[in-house]
Design a protein around this ligand. Structure first.
Ligand code: ZN
Length: 93
């Protein structure tokens, strides 16, 4: 596993991604563009239970080339539903 360019930081009610090299006291922005000053000390357990910021998650995935919805099927889904309906009506007496 290589070093990741970002890390998660609890901020303002959700967990945002920030650049890894930031240290306490640095002023920067989260991946979704929220200005922040990196806090000193460890985050509390409660803060780590906050929901992940969707915008930061998407930006991180885009940076690392991870698809947002790798298992999404647009065409296949509707085709399968039609096939199921045919099978159900066909099995009726
Ligand atoms: Zn964010």
């Amino acid at each position: 596993m290589g070093a990741r360019p970002f890390r998660w930081l609890p901020l303002a009610g959700s967990r945002h991604a920030i650049r890894c090299e930031l240290v306490a006291g640095d002023v920067d922005k989260t991946l979704c563009g929220v200005p922040l000053t990196v806090p000193r000390g460890c985050s509390s357990n409660v803060q780590w239970c906050w929901p992940t910021c969707a915008a930061c998650d998407a930006a991180w995935r885009r940076f690392e080339g991870i698809p947002l919805f790798p298992r999404q099927e647009v065409e296949g889904g509707s085709a399968r539903r039609k096939a199921t309906q045919v099978a159900k009506s066909g099995s009726r007496p």
